[in-house]
Design a binder for this molecule. Structure first.
Ligand code: SF4
Ligand code: SF4
Length: 158
C-alpha cells in the first residue's frame, strides 16, 4: 500500500470516529440536561404514575347490563361474525323465559386488535371497549377473557 493510500485510510477512520463520537456526546449532554433539571423529565414513572387514556381510547371490553342488572347480550353472534380477528367465541342459551343470552362469551385478547367493530355492530349496545389498558400477564397465559372478567359488575347498576 502506498503512503498516500495509508493517509487516505487514516482520514477515513478519523472521520468515522468523529461521526460516532458526536452523537454520543449529544446523547450525554441530553442526559445531563435532564439530570440537573428533573422537573422537565417526560418519562412516566409507571406503575406509580398512570396514563390517562384519551376519551376515544379503545381498551378492554365490558359486557353491559340493563338498569335491572340483566345482561344485555342476546347472543346474536353479530360481533363474532364481524370480528376481523375471529377472536370472539359465543355459546348461546335460553333462560326460563325463553330469552336468549350468552352462556359463554370469550375474547382472546392476544388476537384482538381493539378495532371496536364488535361495539359498533352490536344491536343491543351490549359491549363497549372501555379505558382499561393494563392487560399484560407475566405468565404468558390467561389471555382468554370470559364473562367473569368481561361482564360489568352488578353494583354499577344499583
Ligand atoms: S375489538 Fe375488533 S378484534 Fe377485538 S374483539 Fe372486537 S371486533 Fe374483534
Ligand atoms: S355482544 Fe351484541 S353483537 Fe355480540 S352477541 Fe351479544 S348482542 Fe350480539
Amino acid at each position: 500500500m502506498t503512503p498516500c493510500g495509508s493517509g487516505g485510510q487514516d482520514a477515513l477512520i478519523q472521520e468515522r470516529k468523529f461521526k460516532m463520537i458526536k452523537p454520543l456526546l449529544q446523547g450525554l449532554a441530553l442526559t445531563l440536561k435532564y439530570f440537573i433539571r428533573p422537573s422537565q423529565v417526560v418519562t412516566m414513572q409507571y406503575p406509580e404514575e398512570r396514563w390517562t387514556p384519551y376519551p376515544r381510547f379503545r381498551g378492554l371490553h365490558e359486557l353491559q347490563r340493563d338498569q335491572n342488572g340483566k345482561e344485555k347480550c342476546v347472543a346474536c353472534g353479530l360481533c363474532s361474525t364481524v370480528c376481523p380477528s375471529e377472536c370472539i367465541h359465543i355459546v348461546s342459551a335460553e333462560n326460563a323465559q325463553g330469552e336468549r343470552y350468552s352462556e359463554v362469551y370469550e375474547i382472546d385478547m392476544l388476537r384482538c386488535i381493539f378495532c371496536g367493530y364488535c361495539q359498533e355492530v352490536c344491536p343491543e349496545d351490549a359491549i363497549f371497549l372501555k379505558q382499561e389498558y393494563e392487560l399484560a400477564s407475566s405468565e404468558g397465559t390467561g389471555f382468554i377473557y370470559g364473562k367473569e372478567r368481561l361482564l360489568a359488575p352488578l353494583k354499577k347498576h344499583k
